[in-house]
Design a protein around this ligand. Structure first.
Ligand code: PLP
Length: 370
């Protein structure tokens, strides 16, 4: 779907075949691993033969995400499968990788376990900077906005600096989604993401993807995926594609809810601090306003203690205590309970699509009981 169209048009039509009378707009999932081969030609590219290397259901999802990200997409079983595929194929012994110090904690934890024994040096830098010289660095992985602190970095400026030093740039686009920002257009070499969050948005599946315009990176990750087998099943690939159609609508409501809640939390006596990159006073505001097309529905705020967070969850009726984010239902997660280096009272609130007035009344009511 051409980029002349708006976000909702692009997301509802992404990856769909031309309409065929009597057929669904999005063909159903192909629930098979093995397909009949042409007895004379044998396997033919683009025709289903065996599900691990390729499948028509997955290919349609990849075409859809690829259209939205502006590159070639490969879908993976989870976001971590996608991130590890990039790091394990783009890096070799003697290389250095820079990871966000404040991004998704498992990326950092896993990389620190898996990469040094393979001869790769892992360094970390806070998303908001200052960034070191990229001389001698092979790959810079950015996460903007970073989860859970919501700091933002200037992707275009960092991509220029990294390229000048000969480094590759990857961006974890999980929080923003391809409708929130376009890292490849900003100069990144590759996007990695968890589609488990807002991209699919119904808290009913795990999936991940990479997207790139670099044929060598793509080929390396395709070979890796085929050899390690970390593909999403066809039902999940279809479900993800089905869910993309409402991405624009879901993000719009989530962002509207976040704007209302963030504004209400600022200066609230029970709340120590609030982060939402759409607040004009937020440290991320200026860069986010320049490089993002929309601000995600995640608000991070700090209460006085872990006990205060427990009391908040006990008092709210609409905020479900749960990890992950980007779903239809509003959820809240005390990040320190997972091993994130976050203060004990830090809550990552993921705004769902409930009515803003209901959510606001519920959250303010719960805070008033602390
Ligand atoms: C920013 C970010 N990247 C990657 C992941 C990993 O995604 P998955 O759980 O689909 O493996 C997460 C999960 O929370 C995340 O928040």
């Amino acid at each position: 779907m051409s980029s002349e169209y708006g976000d909702s048009t692009r997301s509802v039509r992404a990856g769909l075949p031309e309409p065929i009378p009597g057929q669904p707009f999005l063909p159903g999932p192909v629930l098979a691993s093995t397909f009949a081969l042409d007895p004379t030609t044998g396997p033919v590219p683009g025709v289903d033969s065996y599900g691990r290397p390729d499948s028509s259901t997955r290919r349609r999802l990849e075409a859809a995400i690829g259209e939205l990200e502006g590159g070639e997409c490969l879908a993976f079983a989870t976001g971590m499968a996608a991130i590890s595929a990039l790091l394990l194929t783009a890096l070799a012994s003697g290389d250095e990788v820079i990871l966000p110090a404040d991004g998704y904690y498992l990326t950092r934890t896993w990389a620190n376990q898996a990469l040094p024994p393979r001869g790769v040096t892992v360094s970390t830098t806070p998303t908001a900077g200052r960034y070191p010289s990229f001389a001698g660095v092979r790959l810079v992985l950015l996460e903007s906005p970073a989860n859970p602190g919501l700091d933002v970095c200037d992707i275009a400026a960092l991509a220029r600096a990294a390229h000048d030093a000969g480094a590759l740039v990857a961006v974890d686009n999980t929080t923003a989604t391809p409708l929130g920002q376009s890292p490849l257009a900003l100069g990144a070499d590759v996007v990695v993401a968890s589609g488990t969050k807002a991209l699919t948005g119904h808290s009913d599946m795990l999936i991940g993807y990479v997207a790139t315009r670099d044929p060598d990176l793509l080929a390396g990750m395709r070979t890796w995926r085929n050899g390690t087998g970390g593909i999403p099943g066809n039902f999940d690939a279809w479900l993800a594609h089905r869910s993309l159609g409402t991405l624009d609508l879901r993000l719009a409501r989530q962002s509207e809810n976040a704007a209302a809640i963030a504004a209400a939390l600022v200066g609230h006596p029970a709340v120590r601090s609030v982060r939402w990159p759409g607040l004009p006073d937020d440290p991320s505001y200026v860069v986010a306003a320049r490089q993002m097309r929309r601000i995600p529905g995640i608000v991070t705020f700090e209460l006085s203690s872990a006990d205060a967070v427990q009391a908040f969850f006990a008092a709210t009726r609409l905020v479900i205590p749960a990890t992950s984010f980007g779903g239809l239902h509003t959820t809240g997660d005390r990040r320190a309970q997972w091993g994130d280096e976050a203060p004990p009272g830090l809550v990552r609130l993921s705004c769902g699509i409930e009515d803003p007035a209901d959510l606001l009344a519920d959250i303010l009511g719960a805070l008033s009981k602390l």
